[in-house]
Design a protein around this ligand. Sequence first.
Ligand code: ES4
Ligand code: ZN
Length: 326
Amino acid sequence: ERLPELLQRMPKAELHIHIEGSLEPELIFELARRNAVSIPYSSVEELRKAYAFSNLQSFLDIYYAGASVLLQEQDFYDMAWAYLKRAQADNVLRAEIFFDPQTHTARGVAMETVVKGLHRACQDARGQLGVDAELILCFLRHLSEAEAFETLEQALPFRDKFIGVGLDSSEVGHPPEKFARVFAKCRQQGLHLVAHAGEEGPPAYVWAALDVLKVERIDHGVQSAKDPALMQRLAQQRIPLTVCPLSNLKLCVFPKLADHNLRQLLDAGLCATVNSDDPAYFGGYMNQNFSETFGALGLEARHAWQLAANSFEASFVDAATRRGYM
Ligand code: ES4
Ligand code: ZN
């Protein structure tokens, strides 16, 4: 069997996907028309041309603008359903999906509208697509601790519709410590905990995510390679890193895909996984991330099996279900 076929057909879990980052330009325009929202681009082509980023912030500005067309529960459903169909095509059996409620509540959209639309798509995916999908609520780290607490209060009536919380948006200048008390409260609620750390930020942010927020996984974490003691900790405790190679390329975290450190992370014994992050903006869903990264780094079939096994090991599925997937 050739490597491309193996990468396509192997069952996998996706653990790092922002649902707002799956909004394709075509759907942005359709929703803009449906909701009579004006956007500062005149065509799908013009919008796509704006997808040239120099760092995380240059991307986030366009990403939040794109999300402004989402208003009704059905809009959130349609966005998530489109992603879940793409995930199925890439043999994703399990998806743990980030959403950013503050991007929507700040525009007057109710938490209930966001959560119910996304959750209904996840439920339909289980029955109609065979994709097991769950939601993870992310706090925007460029906003305040008080705003994160307020968001958590708004979400707790829907506690049964998400399995965990995360931390995303502008990393540098917003260290994990800022959200220590919010995460402590989420922990008391029995929520799973993850955080973006070491995407652009230093290894110290990864240490703080582990020791202060007490997260179970690190999203990105690629800057950990700069700190040998941290690498040893991640390997020994099998703390997963949800790595997003095409995202790192598009946001200039690595100058070329061939310079990506995924092979180094795997060789060091870390539980690294491959994920798409914001596939509509970064040029590819799961299989694109796998195939381009394997090509650039010269990875082989044994790496494919390792990454697939890591993705289920790192997922929050219960042990019995996990055995079924692997
Ligand atoms: C994100 Cl690539 C990335 N990093 C941090 N926050 C994000 N939100 C959506 N995509
Ligand atoms: Zn991300």
